[in-house]
Write a protein that binds this ligand. Structure first.
Ligand SMILES: C[S@@+](CC[C@H](N)C(=O)[O-])C[C@H]1O[C@@H](n2cnc3c(N)ncnc32)[C@H](O)[C@@H]1O
Length: 265
C-alpha cells in the first residue's frame, strides 16, 4: 500500500510495524545532481556542450531532507525486538560513502546501535568526467542497522560477503532518476524477512521496494510525496499485483498479454 504523503505523517495511517525498513533518502544534492556525470553534457561529450540536465536536480524533492526525522520514523516503525534470537528486525539505508559516518552516529541516537556496511560493486561508473580516466567510483554504499539482537538472516546457513554485485534492471519500468534495481532490493528482502512479513519504504520513489516485496510475497507499505512518482509507482504496483493474480488464476500473465495481442483472446 502506497500513501501519497510525507512519511512524517505515518501515525494517521496505522500501518503495522516492519520486519525490514528499506530507505533511499534524498541526498539533498539540489542543482548539482549531475556534476561529474556524463549526462551533464550532450551525448556525454563535453565538446558538444551542456545538456538539459546541466545544473538540474534529480527531482525537485531532493532538498531539505531531514535524516533525523527519517531515523525517528524507523525507530518507531521497526517492530520490537523479539525474545528469541535470530528474528530481530533490521533497517537498510542506501547512502553515499561520506554519509555513512554521520548516519552511523545518528542511528545510534535512535537506538539503532549496531550496523553492517555493504558495498555494491557496479561494472560501470557515472564519474568518468571528473577523474580524467584515473580512479573512478563504481560503488554504491548501504548500511544495515539493528538494535541489540542480530537481525533475521536467511541464507540457508551460509555467510554473505558485504560486497555485492550491482545487478542492473532492465529499463522497462523506469519511473525515477535514482531508481534502485529490483534484484538488489529482492536480495535484501530475502535475507532479512520471511514471506508474509512487513516491509516499509518511507521514501518510495518509483515504488521499487514495494514491487520487490510484493513479488516475494511480503506485505509492503510506502510513502512518496511527489505526485509524478506516486502515480508511476501506483501503476507499477497495480500491474505487478495483476500479473501475480493472473498467473495464480490462469498460469500466465493474461492481462499483460492481452495488451500486446488483444486479438488472441
Ligand atoms: C532517492 S528517492 C527514492 C528512490 C527509490 N528508492 C526508487 O528506487 O525509486 C527519494 C524519494 O523520497 C521522496 N521524499 C522526499 N521527502 C519525502 C518525505 N518527507 N516523505 C515521503 N517521501 C519523500 C522524494 O520525492 C523521492 O522520490
Amino acid at each position: 500500500m502506497l500513501f501519497h504523503d510525507h512519511f512524517q505523517n505515518f501515525k494517521s495511517y496505522q500501518i503495522p510495524k516492519a520486519q525490514l525498513i528499506i530507505g533511499d533518502m534524498p541526498y539533498n544534492l539540489g542543482n548539482n545532481a549531475y556534476a561529474s556525470n556524463p549526462s551533464w553534457y550532450i551525448d556525454g561529450d563535453n565538446k558538444k556542450g551542456e545538456s538539459e540536465l546541466a545544473g538540474k536536480a534529480f527531482y525537485d524533492t531532493d532538498k531539505n531532507f531531514k535524516p533525523a526525522e527519517f531515523m525517528h520514523f524507523c525507530s518507531q516503525m521497526l517492530r520490537k525486538e523479539p525474545k528469541e534470537p535470530g528474528k530481530a528486525p533490521a533497517m537498510f539505508i542506501f547512502c553515499g560513502f561520506e554519509q555513512q559516518f554521520y548516519l552511523i552516529e545518528l542511528a545510534r541516537k535512535y537506538g539503532l546501535k549496531n550496523y553492517i556496511n555493504i558495498v555494491f560493486r557496479k561494472n560501470y561508473s557515472a564519474q568518468v568526467l571528473k577523474a580524467n580516466m584515473r580512479i573512478v567510483g563504481n560503488c554504491e554504499y548501504g548500511l544495515v542497522f539493528y538494535r541489540d539482537k542480530l537481525p533475521k538472516f536467511n541464507n540457508k546457513g551460509k555467510m554473505i560477503f558485504n560486497n555485492m554485485d550491482w545487478i542492473r534492471d532492465n529499463e522497462k519500468n523506469k519511473i525515477h532518476p535514482t531508481q534502485k534495481p529490483l534484484p538488489i532490493l529482492k536480495k535484501l528482502i530475502e535475507i532479512f524477512t520471511d514471506k508474509g512479513e512487513i516491509v516499509i519504504d518511507p521514501v518510495a520513489g518509483s515504488g521499487s521496494t514495494l514491487i520487490a516485496a510484493i513479488e516475494l510475497e511480503r506485505k509492503a507499505y510506502g510513502f512518496e510525496i511527489k505526485k509524478k512518482f506516486y502515480n508511476g509507482a501506483l501503476k507499477w504496483i497495480e500491474q505487478t499485483k495483476q500479473i501475480k493474480q493472473d498467473i495464480s488464476n490462469s498460469g500466465y500473465a493474461k492481462t499483460e498479454l492481452t495488451k500486446i495481442h488483444p486479438t488472441l483472446f
